[in-house]
Design a protein. Structure first.
Lengths: 124, 291
């Protein structure tokens, strides 16, 4: 399991952990019922504070990616991957809708927006 | 009331000297976490630590360690805690082994095996005399003593001062290992904030004898921001958003306490960066000097 923290990134450290763990879970690198490192070990290894790793785990728990069993530690939720993927699709949908609304407000034509979308996709 | 969640509670602590006063100092450290105590030289860090350890008499206020009054239960408390000072408090002429033999009986729960293991882990030769040790080695020896009597609270006054980056990194590693046990906590003062930027859970910032802020480090770093931009963005109104501003011929740089509020005003006009604890300390201290 790899987690890389970028200190220069504007994204808060806990958020970086959340994003990377979500990716690991969705890609299947972290599997169901697999034990996750404790918040204290993760903090020690990444040289960050315990509060930061705790917050990351709490966030993952809230979103249903992991579960914490008292005294036993945290595990990847038994929830199926399709459901998690669905959730992510919904997030993308929301963001794209947001972009469409913004484009409409700016008076952009449909073709213009599509062209911009294609251009940005290629640039990535 | 016994306070079990907080391993250290300081409440309205006050101490007056002829030319310096510690005024109404309050903060609390929850069990299982690391708190960094920062502030410029002469801001009252060491005085606060000495009061916690009862090496100075307070004028008023309350200090609880493990939920117990620090004066009433001094012995019981000190058996369960450890302290490491910046300066060497050991006999220079003695060897590590002999010095440890003198110290061990003072503690009720001395663990010889743990001490031996620490010496090995920290690569300390027990036959060496204290005076031959480098600054980093002395600090590690202090830590070996501290870790060998089952201390739950470790208090350190400027432990990283005068250490090279290698020794500082080793120290942080030792601390991170110590708090793998969630009953343990660490409280340390420092004016070298990059150390804290890494492992501290909580930060308490003192200036001129008064607490400026005491909060989870992540909250502080997320709320504050450094704004950089062209000087003509600054007018009387926008200046009020800043804790402190530094201007030069080519622009300004300033610290804001509320990043979101500043963004609403400066979005697209100025640059917003993540602050370091050092930024927060520098701008706050300087800001007050300007006022």
């Amino acid at each position: 399991m790899n987690i890389i923290i970028a200190n220069s990134s504007p994204e808060p450290i806990y958020q970086q952990i959340v994003t990377q763990m979500k990716n690991l879970i969705l890609k299947g690198d972290l599997t169901e019922a697999e034990g996750l490192p404790s918040i204290r070990i993760l903090a020690k290894e990444l040289q960050i504070s315990v509060i930061t790793t705790k917050r990351a785990y709490e966030e993952l728990e809230r979103e249903g990616y992991i579960e914490t069993v008292g005294g036993k530690g945290s595990f990847v939720s038994a929830q199926n991957k399709e459901l998690l993927y669905e959730k992510r699709l919904r997030v993308v949908e929301e963001k794209v809708t947001e972009a469409i609304v913004a484009a409409r407000n700016a008076g952009m034509e449909r073709e213009e927006l599509l062209a911009m979308f294609k251009l940005l996709l290629e640039e990535q | 009331m016994v306070d079990t969640d907080n391993i250290l509670t300081v409440n309205k602590l006050t101490k007056h000297f002829k030319d310096f006063s510690l005024k109404n100092v309050s903060f609390r450290l929850p069990r299982g976490y690391v708190m960094g105590f920062i502030g410029p030289n002469g801001s009252g860090k060491s005085t606060t630590i000495k009061l916690i350890l009862n090496l100075l008499c307070k004028d008023s206020g309350q200090i609880n360690v493990f939920g117990l009054d620090n004066l009433e239960h001094e012995l019981a408390i000190k058996n369960r805690m450890a302290f490491v000072f910046d300066e060497n408090h050991f006999y220079e002429e003695l060897s590590i082994r002999d010095m440890a033999r003198i110290i061990a009986p003072f503690y009720r729960h001395w663990e010889p095996q743990t001490f031996e293991k620490c010496l090995k882990d920290f690569v300390i030769n027990p036959k060496q005399k204290i005076k031959q040790l480098s600054k980093g080695m002395k600090m590690k020896f202090s830590l070996a003593i501290a870790l060998s009597h089952g201390a739950e609270l470790l208090i350190m006054d400027e432990p990283t001062a005068g250490l090279d980056p290698m020794a500082r990194s080793e120290l942080l590693d030792i601390l991170a290992t110590l708090i793998q046990d969630e009953r343990n906590s660490v409280f340390f003062s420092t004016h070298i904030t990059p150390d804290l930027d890494k492992i501290a859970d909580y930060v308490t910032f003192i200036n001129q004898g008064e607490i400026v802020l005491s909060a989870p480090k992540d909250d502080i770093l997320e709320k504050y921001g450094v704004i950089k931009g062209s000087c003509d963005l600054l007018d009387e109104e926008s200046k009020r958003l800043f804790v402190g501003i530094k201007t030069n011929q080519f622009g300004f740089e300033g610290l804001v306490r509320d990043k979101e509020k500043a963004l609403r005003r400066f979005r697209g006009l100025a640059l917003l960066e993540k602050p370091s604890l050092e930024d927060i300390m520098l701008y706050t201290v300087r800001g007050e000097h300007h006022a």
